[in-house]
Design a protein around this ligand. Structure first.
Ligand SMILES: Cc1cc2nc3c(=O)[nH]c(=O)nc-3n(C[C@H](O)[C@H](O)[C@H](O)COP(=O)(O)OP(=O)(O)OC[C@H]3O[C@@H](n4cnc5c(N)ncnc54)[C@H](O)[C@@H]3O)c2cc1C
Length: 509
């Protein structure tokens, strides 16, 4: 154990692996140390079975394309023959295609906000570009962690069909979405995802498909990145928990506890990245960063149904996302996913949300209560009161019987049989409760947030979604914020590694 390092990365998940990889390439002379409390890297949220493995590119996730407020009067849509009953509404003069020009699709009553979808799509492309660059250099083996799996969105009922059509119209001309396909023809959808159509009544259905979707084993990717990092001289300390952080002039002193030998030791670091997943908030609190004041964390656990019947697994090859249930948090959108884990095809449905006060799957069992501080109690209570619907939803999910879980599965896969499925426990997400500085209240946020010390000597990542897929964009943003001067000198090298033009995705597939 050196007395001092340039960079300390806390946590052995995809976030530390990505930041470490970029720093090792940009500054090969810097000494990097990784501290992981478990005996193997990537066993928490980044492990293959602890997340859904979706390469989130916003192709299929409806929560990335929210509906904007209704346009006044637009509910009154002209009929297909061109007549309008808009009367005196401000839209009465809106030109409408002449029926004599042949069949037209009616103007949509939905106004879709595509901003988030476009951002996530670009961020995932940045991840693909870095992985492609690393694959071309033989630093990682893509065939062991990434596969093409089409991404579908599936809806049922006239209202949702009309919404999906509008979403498709809003997206398919945008860069990154040009290959998106739409169909409301059951025969076409049955070809895309037979299990989803078989046994369904004749109510209207629709789906979109993007054949360039991906399934990613983020655990395998993290492990490969750490192996490469170690090959470049980084030190990786397993079973080593960071238990305290104190600032000593321009260095951070990390107090380490070896869980095997039960010994403690210290190491100094100029820059610390806290990529401890659910363990990040408590560590930033221990470091007494002023920037973390008012933040709290709300843990939501995830469970999946895993298919045990190879015959059923074989019949599905897609990630099919549906609509979230009323009151469900956005990351609980039900999906039926083909996964490729350790070279084997798998079929998984979920996630079912749940609640425990734990911040990590394998530790910090009372994380929620231990993270309470005088400065985050009011934000936490106010966020709780504003999200009673979510609390009720979680309670229902925690006590749901297997019969109820199978019923949820059958909404997407009508002929699913209970005996073909077993329940697995996935990772723990700690959602951010953000302080609203002006009011002293708090709000529950479902994204991720980088918290940085004012002097750039420490950064940590809070939140979980869209998470691993956008790890590269998060890492680049962290470096930009923490090393503003160096960043300018790194830019040409970063552009080379992260640009779509220099990194063909043929390196990956
Ligand atoms: C149910 C579920 C489904 C998901 N689905 C997807 C998906 O489909 N696509 C996607 O992109 N993302 C998904 N995510 C999110 C994604 O898994 C996470 O965003 C990502 O894995 C987080 O990586 P991380 O490195 O920050 O944290 P982790 O992978 O959790 O790693 C943190 C590490 O820090 C270690 N640690 C904690 N405290 C300490 C300490 N004090 N000292 C030393 N080590 C410590 C932990 O042991 C752990 O190894 C999902 C998450 C969940 C829970």
């Amino acid at each position: 154990m050196p007395a001092e390092v340039e960079v300390a990365l806390i946590g052995g998940g995809i976030m530390s692996a990505t930041i470490g990889t970029l720093l090792a390439l940009l500054e090969p002379g810097w000494q990097i140390a990784v501290f992981e409390r478990l005996d193997v890297v990537a066993q928490e949220s980044s492990a293959a079975w602890n997340n859904a493995g979706t390469g989130h590119a916003a192709y299929c996730e409806l929560n990335y394309t929210p509906v904007l407020d209704d346009i006044p009067g637009l509910d009154d849509i002209p009929d297909l023959d061109g007549t309008s009953s808009l009367g005196n509404s401000p839209l009465a003069d809106t030109p409408y295609p002449d029926a004599s020009q042949g069949p037209q699709s009616p103007p949509s009553k939905w106004r879709i906000d595509t901003t988030k979808a476009k951002t996530i799509n670009k961020e995932f492309q940045t991840s693909l570009n870095l992985w492609s660059h690393l694959a071309a250099q033989n630093i990682i083996k893509p065939q062991e962690f990434i596969s093409r799996v089409p991404h579908l969105t599936f809806v049922e009922g006239a209202e949702d069909v009309s919404f999906l059509r509008a979403r498709y119209e809003a997206l398919h001309s945008e860069a990154g979405f040009q290959h998106l396909e739409y169909s409301s023809d059951p025969e076409v959808i049955a070809k895309w995802a037979p299990l989803v159509v078989k046994g369904r009544s004749d109510s209207p259905i629709a789906a979109t498909r993007e054949v360039h979707g991906t399934d990613v084993n983020f655990g395998e990717l993290s492990a490969q990145l750490f192996t490469a990092l170690a090959g470049r001289g980084a030190q990786i300390y397993l079973e080593t928990e960071v238990v305290a952080l104190t600032k000593q002039n321009d260095r951070w002193c990390l107090q380490l506890y070896n869980r095997k030998t039960k010994q403690t030791s210290n190491v100094l670091a100029r820059f610390v990245f806290v990529g401890a997943g659910g363990g990040t908030l408590p560590l930033l609190q221990k470091a007494k960063l002023p920037e973390i004041k008012g933040y709290a964390g709300f843990p939501i656990s995830g469970r999946f149904l895993k298919c045990t019947n190879p015959e059923v697994i074989r019949q599905h090859h897609a990630k099919v996302y549906a609509k979230a249930a009323l009151g469900a948090p956005p990351m609980s959108v039900p999906h039926l996913d083909t996964r490729i884990i350790d070279g084997r095809l798998q079929l998984v449905f979920g996630p079912y949300a749940g609640f425990t006060p734990a911040y990590l799957k394998y530790g910090q069992k009372l994380g929620l209560f231990r993270s309470l501080r005088w400065h985050n109690i009011i934000p936490m209570l106010s966020a709780g009161l504003a999200n009673i619907g979510l609390t009720k939803y979680l309670i229902k999910e925690v006590f749901a019987s297997k019969r109820k879980r199978i019923a949820a599965l059958q909404q997407l896969f009508p002929t699913a049989q209970a005996q073909d499925w077993e329940l697995t426990t996935a990772g723990q997400r700690v959602q951010i409760i953000k302080p609203i500085r002006k009011h002293g209240m708090g709000t529950l946020a479902f994204g991720t947030e980088i918290v940085t010390a004012a002097d750039g000597s420490m950064a940590g990542l809070l939140g979980a979604s869209p998470g691993a897929s956008t790890a590269v964009a998060i890492a680049v943003e962290t470096l930009n914020r923490c090393f503003p001067t160096k960043y300018l000198t790194w830019l040409p090298h970063l552009n080379d590694m992260l640009s779509e033009h220099t990194q063909p995705s043929t390196n990956l597939f």
